[in-house]
Design a binder for this molecule. Structure first.
Ligand code: UDP
Length: 244
Protein backbone atom coordinates (compact mmCIF):
# COMPACT_ATOMS: atom_id res chain seq x y z
CA UNK A 1 0.00 0.00 0.00
CA UNK A 2 1.29 3.47 -0.79
CA UNK A 3 1.49 4.61 2.75
CA UNK A 4 0.30 8.12 2.02
CA UNK A 5 -0.87 10.21 4.90
CA UNK A 6 -2.29 13.68 4.90
CA UNK A 7 -2.15 15.95 7.90
CA UNK A 8 -5.49 17.63 8.56
CA UNK A 9 -5.48 19.76 11.72
CA UNK A 10 -2.79 17.52 13.20
CA UNK A 11 -4.60 14.26 12.37
CA UNK A 12 -2.82 11.99 9.92
CA UNK A 13 -5.43 10.59 7.58
CA UNK A 14 -4.75 7.67 5.32
CA UNK A 15 -4.83 8.86 1.72
CA UNK A 16 -5.67 5.86 -0.38
CA UNK A 17 -8.67 4.14 -1.93
CA UNK A 18 -11.14 1.75 -0.35
CA UNK A 19 -9.77 -1.44 -1.95
CA UNK A 20 -6.18 -0.67 -1.12
CA UNK A 21 -7.12 -0.04 2.51
CA UNK A 22 -9.24 -3.19 2.73
CA UNK A 23 -6.47 -5.35 1.27
CA UNK A 24 -4.14 -4.13 3.92
CA UNK A 25 -6.66 -4.75 6.70
CA UNK A 26 -7.32 -8.30 5.48
CA UNK A 27 -3.58 -8.97 5.36
CA UNK A 28 -3.24 -7.76 8.95
CA UNK A 29 -6.17 -9.88 10.13
CA UNK A 30 -4.59 -12.94 8.52
CA UNK A 31 -1.30 -12.17 10.27
CA UNK A 32 -3.13 -11.56 13.56
CA UNK A 33 -1.70 -8.08 13.84
CA UNK A 34 -3.18 -5.70 16.36
CA UNK A 35 -5.08 -3.07 14.39
CA UNK A 36 -7.07 -0.06 15.56
CA UNK A 37 -9.14 1.75 12.94
CA UNK A 38 -10.91 5.09 13.39
CA UNK A 39 -13.42 6.09 10.72
CA UNK A 40 -13.59 9.84 11.22
CA UNK A 41 -15.80 12.65 10.02
CA UNK A 42 -15.50 16.41 10.73
CA UNK A 43 -17.66 15.97 13.83
CA UNK A 44 -15.17 13.56 15.37
CA UNK A 45 -12.23 15.82 14.51
CA UNK A 46 -13.80 18.98 15.94
CA UNK A 47 -14.76 17.02 19.07
CA UNK A 48 -11.19 15.73 19.35
CA UNK A 49 -9.81 19.27 19.06
CA UNK A 50 -11.83 20.20 22.14
CA UNK A 51 -11.02 17.00 24.04
CA UNK A 52 -7.26 16.36 24.25
CA UNK A 53 -7.62 12.90 25.86
CA UNK A 54 -9.81 11.68 23.03
CA UNK A 55 -7.55 13.35 20.50
CA UNK A 56 -4.54 11.53 21.91
CA UNK A 57 -6.33 8.19 21.55
CA UNK A 58 -7.40 8.60 17.95
CA UNK A 59 -3.94 9.87 17.03
CA UNK A 60 -2.63 6.47 18.09
CA UNK A 61 -4.90 4.57 15.69
CA UNK A 62 -3.14 2.47 13.09
CA UNK A 63 -5.47 3.91 10.49
CA UNK A 64 -7.50 7.08 10.53
CA UNK A 65 -9.75 6.97 7.47
CA UNK A 66 -12.13 9.56 5.96
CA UNK A 67 -15.68 8.50 6.73
CA UNK A 68 -17.23 11.88 5.90
CA UNK A 69 -17.18 13.91 2.71
CA UNK A 70 -16.10 16.91 4.80
CA UNK A 71 -12.72 15.25 5.33
CA UNK A 72 -12.28 14.97 1.53
CA UNK A 73 -13.19 18.65 1.24
CA UNK A 74 -10.65 19.51 3.92
CA UNK A 75 -7.94 17.58 2.07
CA UNK A 76 -8.76 19.46 -1.13
CA UNK A 77 -8.36 22.82 0.61
CA UNK A 78 -4.89 21.66 1.64
CA UNK A 79 -4.10 20.74 -1.97
CA UNK A 80 -4.37 16.97 -1.61
CA UNK A 81 -6.68 14.78 -3.58
CA UNK A 82 -8.16 12.02 -1.45
CA UNK A 83 -9.64 9.46 -3.82
CA UNK A 84 -12.81 8.52 -1.93
CA UNK A 85 -14.58 8.09 1.38
CA UNK A 86 -13.89 4.99 3.41
CA UNK A 87 -17.03 4.62 5.48
CA UNK A 88 -17.37 2.39 8.49
CA UNK A 89 -20.50 0.87 7.03
CA UNK A 90 -18.85 -0.09 3.73
CA UNK A 91 -15.85 -1.52 5.59
CA UNK A 92 -18.20 -3.59 7.74
CA UNK A 93 -20.06 -5.01 4.72
CA UNK A 94 -16.83 -5.90 2.92
CA UNK A 95 -15.29 -7.58 5.97
CA UNK A 96 -18.46 -9.56 6.63
CA UNK A 97 -18.51 -11.03 3.15
CA UNK A 98 -14.75 -11.65 3.19
CA UNK A 99 -15.04 -13.19 6.65
CA UNK A 100 -17.86 -15.39 5.41
CA UNK A 101 -15.77 -16.66 2.49
CA UNK A 102 -12.70 -17.22 4.61
CA UNK A 103 -14.22 -18.65 7.80
CA UNK A 104 -13.19 -15.71 9.95
CA UNK A 105 -14.73 -14.86 13.29
CA UNK A 106 -16.24 -11.65 14.60
CA UNK A 107 -17.62 -10.04 17.74
CA UNK A 108 -20.37 -7.42 17.55
CA UNK A 109 -20.61 -4.83 20.28
CA UNK A 110 -23.06 -1.92 20.29
CA UNK A 111 -26.53 -0.58 19.45
CA UNK A 112 -29.84 -1.17 21.21
CA UNK A 113 -30.88 -4.68 22.34
CA UNK A 114 -33.62 -4.93 19.67
CA UNK A 115 -31.11 -3.90 16.99
CA UNK A 116 -28.54 -6.50 17.98
CA UNK A 117 -31.29 -9.16 18.05
CA UNK A 118 -32.30 -8.40 14.46
CA UNK A 119 -28.66 -8.13 13.46
CA UNK A 120 -28.06 -11.69 14.63
CA UNK A 121 -30.73 -13.06 12.27
CA UNK A 122 -29.35 -11.08 9.34
CA UNK A 123 -25.82 -12.29 10.01
CA UNK A 124 -26.87 -15.94 10.25
CA UNK A 125 -28.89 -15.64 7.07
CA UNK A 126 -26.46 -13.66 4.92
CA UNK A 127 -23.08 -14.75 6.27
CA UNK A 128 -23.56 -18.38 7.37
CA UNK A 129 -19.85 -19.24 7.43
CA UNK A 130 -18.81 -16.27 9.52
CA UNK A 131 -18.22 -17.39 13.08
CA UNK A 132 -20.13 -15.13 15.47
CA UNK A 133 -18.14 -15.06 18.70
CA UNK A 134 -20.46 -12.68 20.48
CA UNK A 135 -23.27 -10.17 20.13
CA UNK A 136 -23.61 -7.64 22.91
CA UNK A 137 -25.78 -4.54 22.90
CA UNK A 138 -24.19 -1.20 23.69
CA UNK A 139 -26.09 -0.40 26.87
CA UNK A 140 -24.02 -2.39 29.36
CA UNK A 141 -22.82 -1.18 32.76
CA UNK A 142 -19.69 -3.23 33.30
CA UNK A 143 -17.21 -2.69 30.47
CA UNK A 144 -14.59 -4.93 32.13
CA UNK A 145 -17.01 -7.85 31.91
CA UNK A 146 -17.73 -7.18 28.24
CA UNK A 147 -14.04 -6.82 27.43
CA UNK A 148 -13.22 -10.03 29.27
CA UNK A 149 -15.67 -11.96 27.13
CA UNK A 150 -14.27 -10.49 23.90
CA UNK A 151 -10.74 -11.40 24.93
CA UNK A 152 -11.76 -14.90 25.92
CA UNK A 153 -13.52 -15.48 22.58
CA UNK A 154 -10.52 -14.32 20.50
CA UNK A 155 -12.46 -13.05 17.46
CA UNK A 156 -10.50 -12.03 14.34
CA UNK A 157 -12.56 -8.85 14.08
CA UNK A 158 -14.20 -6.74 16.78
CA UNK A 159 -16.87 -4.39 15.49
CA UNK A 160 -17.62 -1.69 18.05
CA UNK A 161 -20.72 0.38 17.28
CA UNK A 162 -21.17 2.54 20.38
CA UNK A 163 -20.93 5.90 18.61
CA UNK A 164 -18.03 8.24 19.31
CA UNK A 165 -16.31 8.91 21.69
CA UNK A 166 -17.46 5.78 23.55
CA UNK A 167 -16.33 3.32 20.92
CA UNK A 168 -12.79 4.68 20.63
CA UNK A 169 -12.52 4.98 24.43
CA UNK A 170 -13.51 1.32 24.78
CA UNK A 171 -11.18 0.14 22.02
CA UNK A 172 -8.26 2.15 23.32
CA UNK A 173 -8.69 0.72 26.81
CA UNK A 174 -8.71 -2.93 25.75
CA UNK A 175 -7.15 -3.30 22.32
CA UNK A 176 -3.71 -4.29 23.53
CA UNK A 177 -5.14 -7.38 25.20
CA UNK A 178 -5.96 -9.07 21.91
CA UNK A 179 -4.25 -9.02 18.51
CA UNK A 180 -7.30 -8.54 16.34
CA UNK A 181 -8.95 -5.85 14.28
CA UNK A 182 -10.72 -3.30 16.48
CA UNK A 183 -12.87 -0.81 14.60
CA UNK A 184 -15.41 1.82 15.66
CA UNK A 185 -18.52 1.85 13.45
CA UNK A 186 -20.99 4.44 14.82
CA UNK A 187 -24.56 3.65 13.85
CA UNK A 188 -23.71 0.87 11.36
CA UNK A 189 -25.61 -1.90 13.16
CA UNK A 190 -28.78 0.21 13.02
CA UNK A 191 -28.40 0.42 9.24
CA UNK A 192 -27.46 -3.24 8.68
CA UNK A 193 -30.36 -4.45 10.81
CA UNK A 194 -32.80 -2.21 8.93
CA UNK A 195 -33.60 0.00 11.91
CA UNK A 196 -32.22 3.09 10.14
CA UNK A 197 -32.01 3.36 6.39
CA UNK A 198 -28.90 4.59 4.67
CA UNK A 199 -29.26 7.26 2.01
CA UNK A 200 -30.13 5.96 -1.47
CA UNK A 201 -27.14 5.62 -3.83
CA UNK A 202 -27.92 8.91 -5.60
CA UNK A 203 -27.39 10.91 -2.40
CA UNK A 204 -24.19 9.03 -1.56
CA UNK A 205 -22.81 9.40 -5.09
CA UNK A 206 -23.41 13.15 -5.07
CA UNK A 207 -21.83 13.53 -1.65
CA UNK A 208 -25.04 14.68 0.02
CA UNK A 209 -25.59 11.72 2.32
CA UNK A 210 -25.31 14.21 5.21
CA UNK A 211 -28.31 16.13 3.82
CA UNK A 212 -30.36 12.93 3.63
CA UNK A 213 -29.55 12.14 7.25
CA UNK A 214 -30.43 15.68 8.28
CA UNK A 215 -33.85 15.48 6.59
CA UNK A 216 -34.51 12.09 8.21
CA UNK A 217 -33.24 13.12 11.65
CA UNK A 218 -33.53 16.93 12.06
CA UNK A 219 -32.24 16.53 15.61
CA UNK A 220 -28.79 16.03 14.06
CA UNK A 221 -28.72 19.71 13.01
CA UNK A 222 -26.58 20.88 15.92
CA UNK A 223 -24.08 18.07 15.34
CA UNK A 224 -23.76 19.12 11.71
CA UNK A 225 -22.58 22.61 12.59
CA UNK A 226 -19.22 20.96 13.12
CA UNK A 227 -18.77 20.85 9.33
CA UNK A 228 -18.48 24.64 8.77
CA UNK A 229 -16.29 24.87 11.88
CA UNK A 230 -14.03 22.13 10.53
CA UNK A 231 -13.74 23.80 7.09
CA UNK A 232 -12.94 27.15 8.74
CA UNK A 233 -10.15 25.57 10.78
CA UNK A 234 -8.70 23.77 7.76
CA UNK A 235 -8.66 27.03 5.77
CA UNK A 236 -6.78 28.60 8.67
CA UNK A 237 -4.27 25.72 8.65
CA UNK A 238 -3.82 26.20 4.92
CA UNK A 239 -3.18 29.94 5.24
CA UNK A 240 -0.65 29.32 7.99
CA UNK A 241 1.26 26.74 5.98
CA UNK A 242 1.36 28.87 2.82
CA UNK A 243 2.71 31.79 4.86
CA UNK A 244 5.46 29.72 6.46
N1 UDP B 1 -24.93 3.47 21.27
C1 UDP B 1 -24.62 2.41 22.12
N2 UDP B 1 -24.37 2.68 23.43
C2 UDP B 1 -24.43 3.92 23.95
C3 UDP B 1 -24.70 5.01 23.08
C4 UDP B 1 -24.96 4.74 21.73
O1 UDP B 1 -24.56 1.27 21.68
O2 UDP B 1 -24.21 4.08 25.15
C5 UDP B 1 -25.20 3.17 19.84
C6 UDP B 1 -26.53 3.68 19.33
O3 UDP B 1 -27.56 2.77 19.69
C7 UDP B 1 -26.25 3.74 17.85
C8 UDP B 1 -24.78 4.12 17.80
O4 UDP B 1 -24.24 3.81 19.07
O5 UDP B 1 -26.44 2.48 17.28
C9 UDP B 1 -24.49 5.58 17.50
O6 UDP B 1 -25.07 5.94 16.33
P1 UDP B 1 -24.86 7.38 15.68
O7 UDP B 1 -25.53 7.36 14.35
O8 UDP B 1 -25.26 8.44 16.66
O9 UDP B 1 -23.28 7.39 15.57
P2 UDP B 1 -22.32 8.10 14.56
O10 UDP B 1 -22.32 7.23 13.32
O11 UDP B 1 -22.84 9.49 14.31
O12 UDP B 1 -21.04 8.08 15.33
Amino acid sequence: MKNNKINILGFHFLNTNFNDFLNNIKYRINKKENTFVVTANPEIITYALDHPKYSNKIKQADYLVPDGVGILKGAKILGANMPERITGYDVLLELLSWGNKNNKSAYFLGAKPEVIKDLKNILIDKYPNLKIKGLQDGYFKDDEKVAKDIIKQKPDMIFVALGFPKQEDFIFKYKNKLNSLWIGLGGSFDVLSGHTDRAPKFWIKHNIEWLYRLIKQPSRFKRMLSLPKFIYLVKKQNKKSTHE
